[in-house]
Ligand binder design. Sequence first.
Ligand code: CDP
Length: 238
Amino acid sequence: MTAPRHVVVAIDGPAASGKSSTAQWVAQRLSFRHVDSGALYRAATAAQIRRGMPEDDWTEEQVCDAARRVKLVPRGTSFSPMIGGELADEELRGLEVTRHVSRVAAMPRVRAWVNDRVREAARDNDVVVDGRDMGTAVFPDATVKVFLVADPWERARRRLVQQLGRSPADEEIAEETGRLVQRDARDATQTVQAKDAILIDTTFLTQEEQVERIVALVKAVTQRDDTTSAVDDDSEPG
Ligand code: CDP
C-alpha cells in the first residue's frame, strides 16, 4: 500500500500580491497548514544581518551558516521561522531585511536550504505553501497551483495600508510602487507562473473573494480526485 499523498496548494506571485495572507486564510478554511517560503528567505537574511558584517562582504557560505540558526516551527495553523529560538515577525517584515532579501534569495544554496525546509513541513501535513517558485521548482506536482497578480499601484497601496494602518497618500504609494517594481525585477528569475497554474488577478477582488475562489478550486480538484480513485477502485478485479 502506498502512503497517502498529502494535498499541496501552491500559491505564487510577485511582491505584495497578497500571497501570504491569502495562503494563511485558505489554510485556516481547509484545516491545512500554511508554509510561507518568503519568511524563510527573510529569516536567513535577518540571521545574516544580525552577524553585523559589512554587506559588501557577504558570501553564500556565511549566509548558509547564519541560516543554521533558523528553525521552522509549527505555530497555530502555520509554521514560523525562529532565529536562535526566538520569533522575529517584525524584524522579518522590516525595511532592512526587505532591502537585502532578494540578494540572499539569489544564492543557490540558500534556495536549496529553503526548499528542503518547505518540503519537510509538507511531508506530514496537507499544506498551503506560498512564494515565487512553489508550483514550479519545489512542488511541480502540487494538487492545485495558483498564480496571484495585481496592478503594482494597488499592491503598493495594500502593502502600505498593512504597514501604516491608514490610507496612504498618492506620493507614498508612488514611492512604494517604485520599490516593489524594483524588487519584482530582482526576483524575476525565480518568479515563474507554472504552465498549469490558475492565474487570479486580484486588483478588483476583495481578499475574501480571492480566498473563496481558491478554496472552491481546491475542493473541486480534491473531490474530483476522490471520485476518480473510487471509480478506479471499483474497476479493479476482486
Ligand atoms: O510578501 P512579499 O511578496 O513582500 O515577499 P516575501 O514572500 O516575503 O518574499 C521575500 C523575498 O524572498 C522575495 O522578494 C524574494 O526575493 C524571495 N523569495 C524567493 O526568492 N522565492 C520564494 N519562493 C519566496 C520568496
